[in-house]
Design a protein around this ligand. Structure first.
Ligand SMILES: Nc1ncnc2c1ncn2[C@@H]1O[C@H](COP(=O)(O)OP(=O)(O)OP(=O)(O)O)[C@@H](O)[C@H]1O
Ligand SMILES: [Mg+2]
Length: 378
C-alpha cells in the first residue's frame, strides 16, 4: 500500500502519526467527496489516524452526543486520504444479513448479493457503521470474528470464505458507549454485548471547544458577522451547560454542532431573518415551553432585542422580552397573534425571493476562495 504524508494533507505539525499506508486501486466512486468547510479537531483527528495507521486487529468505536461530528470526521478523513468507504446507518430492525448479504431472485435466478461488510473487506475499505447501539446485540455478535481481523464465512452462500484486504477497517459511531441511554435523549439505544464491545478501541468525543466551533462556523459561513458567530458559539456553550451545575437537569434536546451550523447557515443565507427566529426554528421550538422560556431569556441576554427582532416571536414563554420592552402584560408577547404581528414587522418575509446577490455564497465560496483549507486545530 502506498504511503501518504499526513502533515501535508492535514497541515498540522502536531499529528501523532506522520504517514500512513493507504490502499491503492480504490474504486473512486467509493471515496467520499471532500468538504472544504470541514475543520478537523486535532485530538479527535489524532485518534482516528492512529486507528487507521495501526489497527492491530481492533475496530474503532466513536461515541458522543448527537451532531458533534462523529460520522463526518470518519468520512472527511477518508476523503482526504482517498480511502474508499462503505457506510451503513443501523436501526433496531437491522440484521446481520444487512451487513453480510442475502440471496435474491434476479431475472428468475437466485443470486447472492453481498452487503457492505463483504464489499469493504474485499476492497480494503473503511466500513462506517452509524448508530451501532441501535442494532440488536445478538445480530451484531455475527461480526465478532470479522471485527478482530479474521476471515468471514458466509454460511448462506455455500460457506464462501472472504479474507479481509489489508485496508479493511471498521469505525462504529453511536451516541452511547453501548451501556444503554442514561440521559433519556437517545431512545432505542441498547445495552450491547461486552464480548462484541471488547473488539473495539474507544474514542469518546464531545462538542468541539469554542475556538474550534467558531472556526467551523466561519468556514462554513464565510462573511457571517463575527460578533454574531461568536455569540452563537457562546449560546451553544451556555445551553450545553444549562442545568448541569444546579439541579442537574439538562435541556431536553442537545444544542449540537449540527444545530449551531443550521442557525448560522440560516442567518448566512438570509441575513434579514431575526436571530431569535433562526434560533427558534433551528432549535428551541422542539423544547418544552419552560425550556423555551429559558432559551428565550438567554437569547435576549446574548443578542439583545433591537426592536426589529420581534422577540415576541419566541412565543408566550417569554412575555417579559416582548418587542416593545414593556415587560409584557400577559398578552402582548404571547401566542399566535404576537407571532404573526412580529412576522409582519420583523422583516422575515423579505427573505423570501431575496436577490441572489444579497445572498452569501455558503460553503462553495470557501472552496473557491481557499478559506476552507484543511485545518487541524485543537
Ligand atoms: N469539525 C467540523 N467541521 C465542520 N462541520 C462539522 C464539524 N463537526 C460537525 N460538523 C457538522 O455538523 C453536522 C453533524 O455532524 P455529524 O453528522 O458528523 O454528527 P454525528 O456526531 O455523527 O451526529 P449523530 O450522532 O446525530 O449521527 C454535519 O453537518 C457536519 O458537517
Ligand atoms: Mg452520525
Amino acid at each position: 500500500m502506498p504511503k501518504v504524508s499526513l502533515d501535508r494533507i492535514f497541515t498540522s505539525k502536531r499529528l501523532c502519526v506522520r504517514e500512513i499506508e493507504v490502499p491503492g486501486g480504490q474504486d473512486r466512486s467509493r471515496i467520499p467527496a471532500i468538504d472544504r468547510s470541514y475543520v478537523f479537531p486535532l485530538p479527535f483527528l489524532n485518534q482516528v489516524l492512529l486507528y487507521l495507521a495501526c489497527p492491530l486487529h481492533d475496530c474503532l468505536y466513536v461515541s458522543g452526543p448527537s451532531g458533534c461530528g462523529k460520522t463526518t470526521m470518519a468520512l472527511q478523513v477518508a476523503a482526504r486520504l482517498g480511502w474508499g468507504v462503505e457506510q451503513l446507518t443501523l436501526c433496531g430492525k437491522s440484521e446481520s444479513a444487512d451487513l453480510i448479504g442475502h440471496a435474491a431472485l434476479r431475472r428468475g435466478e437466485l443470486v447472492y448479493e453481498y452487503g457492505p461488510l463483504v464489499r469493504a473487506m474485499r476492497q480494503g475499505e473503511i466500513l462506517i457503521l452509524n448508530e451501532i447501539d441501535l442494532m440488536p446485540p445478538s445480530d451484531l455478535a455475527a461480526l465478532n470474528d470479522v471485527l478482530e481481523g479474521k476471515p468471514l464465512v458466509i454460511t448462506q452462500n455455500c460457506g464462501e470464505l472472504v479474507v479481509p484486504a489489508p485496508g479493511f477497517r471498521v469505525i462504529a459511531t453511536a451516541n452511547t458507549k453501548g451501556l444503554g441511554d442514561a440521559m433519556g435523549f437517545y431512545s432505542g439505544a441498547r445495552v450491547l454485548n461486552q464480548a462484541f464491545l471488547d473488539r473495539f478501541r474507544f474514542v469518546e468525543i464531545g462538542y468541539p471547544d469554542a475556538r474550534t466551533e467558531t472556526a467551523i462556523v466561519s468556514t462554513a459561513c464565510p462573511g457571517l458577522d463575527e460578533e454574531l458567530a461568536a455569540n452563537l458559539v457562546r449560546l451553544a456553550g451556555e445551553l450545553r451547560h444549562a442545568g448541569s451545575d444546579q439541579n442537574g437537569a439538562a435541556l431536553s434536546a442537545p444544542f449540537s454542532t449540527r444545530v449551531l451550523l443550521r442557525i448560522a447557515s440560516l442567518k448566512h443565507a438570509c441575513p434579514h431573518l431575526p436571530v431569535h427566529r433562526a434560533i427558534e426554528t433551528g432549535y428551541s421550538l422542539r423544547l418544552p415551553d419552560t425550556e423555551r422560556e429559558y432559551v428565550a431569556r438567554l437569547c435576549a441576554d446574548i443578542f439583545g432585542n433591537d426592536g426589529q427582532d420581534g422577540f415576541g416571536a419566541m412565543g408566550k414563554s417569554a412575555p417579559r422580552h416582548g418587542r416593545n420592552g414593556d415587560g409584557g402584560d400577559g398578552e402582548a408577547g404571547d401566542g399566535t397573534e404576537a407571532r404573526d404581528d412580529a412576522e409582519a414587522q420583523d422583516g422575515t418575509q423579505e427573505c423570501a425571493g431575496q436577490d441572489d446577490e444579497a445572498r452569501p455564497q455558503g460553503a462553495e465560496a470557501a472552496q473557491q476562495d481557499g478559506q476552507g483549507e484543511d485545518v487541524a486545530q485543537d
